[in-house]
Design a protein around this ligand. Structure first.
Ligand SMILES: Nc1ncnc2c1ncn2[C@@H]1O[C@H](COP(=O)(O)OP(=O)(O)OP(=O)(O)O)[C@@H](O)[C@H]1O
Ligand SMILES: O=P(O)(O)O[C@H]1[C@H](O)[C@H](O)[C@H](OP(=O)(O)O)[C@@H](OP(=O)(O)O)[C@@H]1O
Ligand SMILES: [Mg+2]
Length: 348
């Protein structure tokens, strides 16, 4: 029977990735593909589940975990019920660890050799309205101005509105629940590391524009921005470096990134990852500021081929395991019948 790959991708993601190219590669390799949607689940009893499911369910996961949405929960349960019969790229529990910035950063911090800029989390109204208390927490955690305020939710439309705050008199501007993180001057350059987990070496580094350096000599008004304004491929913001500031010389050490990728992949047990790294322009320290599940892979020309290779590897492994299982069963059955023959010989 030909193997099957199921997929669930929001429409926007499907087109952005040119996912039809992945489907063509599957067809050429005689791998069946099927879209996983309500129609699929309504007819599921008449078919065996796919060998693999590729998905971006982060929006639905957010609705389930953070908003306690019943419909989202019911939909996700259908995927969970396939556990053991289907390999999910990737596991829903592993992805959930990235949805809340506090959880994500805390897990990253557990990796001793990885630097995450210091942060605190503001999750209750009482603290959010008490600027003195927030300042105390910042001081206790050795966090200096400027700071960056990020929504605690890491995925979805509401999660990319950020603020840069320059002094304690503007702590009133925070929007909770959020994390407040030390702003690191990094010469306005961001490195996006895109990973397709065939092996630890399989990553691709893209350089993007980012927020320019700040030197605080006086109190500044809070700056609000959307992360795509400063770091998307089309970004052209007055928060970026001006054209007169040349930062082309900044490079990143491939070996250090390789180790960072290995550690983060192992920690989160995920195959499709985007890791955002900035380099502190004073200390040269590498800082991980964000880990995204199933990012856009913009700039990586052969993403669909890479994803196909990953799926093909998994299918090959599955079929090897099945063969060895069958061999064992045949061997076991043969020995059972041999024993029967021998025992019947004894009897007769
Ligand atoms: N600690 C920091 N110091 C300096 N700049 C930062 C820091 N954290 C984030 N930034 C800047 O803010 C931008 C958005 O931050 P972050 O990546 O956390 O947001 P996001 O909305 O989750 O991004 P993405 O679109 O990649 O999911 C970064 O691209 C970078 O330019
Ligand atoms: O620039 P990248 O490839 O990192 O862009 C990502 C971005 O990191 C966000 O995480 C988006 O994901 P959500 O937070 O889940 O909305 C991605 O959106 P998507 O529409 O491609 O799934 C961006 O690609
Ligand atoms: Mg993110």
């Amino acid at each position: 029977m030909e193997p099957t790959i199921g997929y669930y991708l929001p429409c926007k993601k499907y087109y952005k990735l040119h996912f039809e190219q992945f489907l063509i590669l599957c067809k050429r390799a005689q791998i069946k593909t099927i879209e996983i949607n309500d129609d699929y689940f309504n007819s599921i009893h008449s078919q065996s589940p796919p060998n693999i499911i590729v998905h971006k369910l982060t929006d639905i996961l957010c609705r389930e975990v953070l908003n306690d949405d019943k419909m989202a929960h019911q939909f996700l349960e259908k995927f969970r019920q396939m556990k053991g019969r289907t390999i999910m790229i990737d596991n829903l529990e592993s992805i959930s660890q990235l949805l809340n910035r506090h959880v994500q950063y805390s897990l990253l911090k557990e990796i001793q050799t990885i630097y995450v800029p210091p942060f605190i989390s503001i999750t209750d109204e009482f603290t959010a309205n008490d600027c003195q208390k927030i300042q105390q927490l910042l001081t206790n955690n050795n966090i200096q101005y400027p700071i960056i305020c990020k929504p605690i939710q890491a995925h979805g439309s509401e999660s990319h509105n950020m603020k840069i705050i320059f002094d304690s008199s503007h702590l009133i501007d925070i929007q909770y629940p959020c994390i407040l993180q030390q702003f690191i001057n990094h010469d306005g350059i961001l490195f996006k590391i895109f990973l397709v987990g065939i092996n630890d070496d399989n990553f691709y580094i893209v350089k993007r524009s980012s927020i320019r350096n700040f030197t605080i000599t006086q109190s500044l008004e809070t700056i609000s921005f959307h992360s795509s304004e400063v770091s998307s491929t089309q970004a052209c913001s007055n928060l970026n470096n001006g054209e007169d500031i040349i930062v082309d010389g900044i490079t990143i050490d491939n070996e250090r990134i390789k180790e960072l990728v290995r550690l983060i992949k192992k920690k989160f047990e995920l195959n499709l990852l985007g890791i955002d790294v900035i380099i502190n322009c004073q200390t040269q320290q590498y800082a991980v500021i964000d880990v995204n599940y199933f990012p856009g892979y913009e700039g990586m020309k052969d993403f669909n081929q890479q994803l196909f290779n990953l799926c093909e590897n998994i299918l090959n492994e599955q079929s090897l395991q099945l063969k060895s299982h069958l061999n064992k069963t045949i061997f076991k059955n043969n020995s059972v019948s041999l024993m029967k023959i021998q025992s019947s010989k004894i009897i007769y």
